[in-house]
Design a protein around this ligand. Sequence first.
Ligand code: SIN
Ligand code: MN
Length: 275
Amino acid sequence: MNLTSSQIQQFHETGYLMLQGLFSSEEVGVLRDASREIYGLSRKEVVREKDGKTPRTAFAAHCYNEAFRRLGRHPRLIEPVMQLLAGPVYMHQYKVNAKAAFDGEVWQWHQDYGTWSRDDLMPEPRAMNIALFIDAVTEFNGPLWIIPRSHREGVYQAGHDLDTTSYPLWTLDKATVRSLADRNGIYSAKGEAGGVLMFHSNLVHASSPNLSPWSRTIVYLSLCHVDNHIQRFKRPEWIAHRDFAPIQPLHDDCLAEIAATEEGRSEAEPASMAT
Ligand code: SIN
Ligand code: MN
């Protein structure tokens, strides 16, 4: 799948691009089932909120779940990023963020490349996120807030916040966020399940806690140009990957295929005994 020249221009200008309805409800359904399954696992990659039980994020799900493995090589996600980064890409990080109903906590204001450069020594911001909404994202369930155009001035000064949530983050100070938001406003990335948000690795973003009864699962693929791979291996491999081989996209039906198999299986199951 290719972006148009006006979409590319919009990405460079504002630092993001929202593409609604890119995946079907069947494809998203497969991933929703898969996310429930992985949040039920006891693995180091599944990080819980501070309460120790609510899932916050599952790292590296493409390494231990078939549906997420396929999503990690999906042409509708990989090809537009290859286009924007002008070449082959590898998976730097893979997260399935839960933002669970009632208990999903804040993600403080930050830039992803701020972390990737400080912690992983990624040479340049030739990396970006492409995120797929697995649930509808509304004003109620903690949509991602982004500051348009905030990707244009490099990496801002940040402090390493080890306390606010269960996951350490390099976060921006209030004065920087206020000045950027006063100039550019804030865009709240909302949409139905199946929508895709692409954003620059220097774009400033955050999300508030989820007080609503509706979970908001989003999968983030953080892709990096293969020539720009990280130089330091301080963080665990499942947080900052070390396989720098170019991703070869699968075929467009790779997820729909699982949905069709599951449908076939449930049709073949014996009828319920209920009267
Ligand atoms: C992130 O910035 O990496 C995740 C934010 C979110 O899912 O709310
Ligand atoms: Mn982020």
